[in-house]
Design a protein around this ligand. Structure first.
Ligand SMILES: Cc1cc2nc3c(=O)[nH]c(=O)nc-3n(C[C@H](O)[C@H](O)[C@H](O)COP(=O)(O)OP(=O)(O)OC[C@H]3O[C@@H](n4cnc5c(N)ncnc54)[C@H](O)[C@@H]3O)c2cc1C
Length: 337
């Protein structure tokens, strides 16, 4: 039997469905649990969540801890952190992972401070490895990997002396596994014990604003950078994306210059994407931009500067002016598609 505790994924419920990032974490969690030789568990808090608990098993959870109670129908900080903290105290998992969503970013620090344990925010990778400090070797620790110092270094962070090891993970950086129909697991009902201290906040109404652009699910992204030169020229990026049936992305410099809305930004402080095809137009390929797109299956870069760092990650490079190259691509694709 393993000397380690379980690996847990906090399964966030978003509009009655399991959040995509939680499914991605189940994929990573499966890998980590396999290395530690422990079960993978998901924790779901909400109301009427039984069908979702079953879905979590299909996506790889061996155990689902399910706190199903109408007082948990809407996310509020205190009740959710209380139930989760009590459960962690009782079951003593080794690792707890959360999506770096608004909910995960609210919940995880509360739980970490209540348990006096560490938390690494916005990880882009997680591994199991050893760590040495003051002559002591820590084995099979969670290596929490994320960009630091403005994205100029990739830091590996370890919480060697405290459990559970906890991290929030950026959306879109891990692969969600395919569900396996008929997969079996155990659903454990978690009693919900809340006192008056948890009753400060009530959700009276909920307003949601849909995302302007869904970059994460786009299989083709045409992204424009500062090298597009103007908002008018940026129209070429929209046109090429329309011809290819793709979505429009942008670098931060293009957003800052007012060429396009910030919802389209790809990168460390924007969205992380991994489409089948990413066409970078007039984008230099700064490390903060590459952090959000370098996992794309095929990358085409168009840039006047042959030394631009984007060519280091591009599969195909076109050295040329976007104002010449993009209209030619539009014409060529219009003729073919
Ligand atoms: C903490 C932090 C977070 C950040 N987060 C992000 C992020 O999430 N996403 C992001 O994108 N950036 C981010 N940045 C900014 C990043 O460092 C770069 O400044 C930014 O990505 C540069 O955008 P760009 O490549 O469009 O512009 P530039 O670096 O100015 O590059 C423009 C490129 O266009 C080329 N070019 C010029 N004219 C033409 C032409 N006519 N035809 C073809 N090519 C041409 C140039 O050769 C150049 O390579 C962040 C920075 C920091 C410090």
């Amino acid at each position: 039997m393993s000397q380690h505790g379980e690996v847990w994924v906090y399964a966030e419920v978003d509009d009655g469905a399991i959040a995509g990032v939680s499914l991605e974490l189940l994929g990573k969690g499966r890998e980590l649990a396999g290395i530690l030789g422990v079960p993978l568990a998901a924790v779901i808090l909400g109301s009427g969540t039984r069908p979702l608990a079953e879905q979590l098993i299909a996506y790889g959870a061996d155990i689902v801890y399910s706190a199903d109670d109408e007082r948990l129908a809407q996310y509020t900080t205190l009740p959710f952190s209380r139930v989760l903290t009590d459960l962690i105290r009782e079951k003593k998992p080794e690792i707890v992972l959360y999506g770096a969503t608004p909910v995960g970013r609210d919940l995880a620090p509360r739980v970490a401070s209540a348990l006096k344990t560490g938390l690494t925010a916005d990880c882009t990778d997680l591994q199991i490895g050893s760590y040495e400090s003051a002559g002591r070797l820590y084995q099979k620790k969670l290596l929490q990997i994320r960009p630091a110092w403005g994205g100029n270094i990739i830091a590996t962070i370890v919480s060697p002396d405290v459990l559970p090891e906890m991290a929030t993970v950026r959306e879109g950086v891990m692969h969600a596994p395919d569900p396996v129909e008929g997969r079996t697991g155990t659903i454990i009902d978690v009693p919900v014990v809340l006192d008056s201290e948890c009753d400060f906040v009530r959700v009276i109404e909920r307003h949601t604003q849909p995302r302007r652009v869904d970059l994460r699910s786009a299989s083709i992204i045409v992204a424009g950078g500062y090298g597009m030169g103007s908002k008018e020229n940026f129209q070429l990026v929209h046109e090429l994306a329309a011809v290819l049936g793709g979505a429009v992305g942008a670098s931060r410099a293009a957003v800052d210059a007012g060429f396009i809305h910030a919802d389209h930004q790809v990168g460390q402080t924007g969205t992380t994407v991994r489409p089948k095809l990413y066409i970078a137009c007039g984008i230099s390929g700064a490390v903060q931009h590459r952090a959000g797109m370098e996992e794309s299956a095929k990358i085409i870069a168009i840039n006047t500067d042959p030394e631009a760092p984007i060519f280091q990650v591009a599969h195909y490079g076109i050295i040329g002016d976007v104002r010449d190259v993009i209209p030619r691509l539009i014409k060529a694709f219009k003729g073919k598609l």
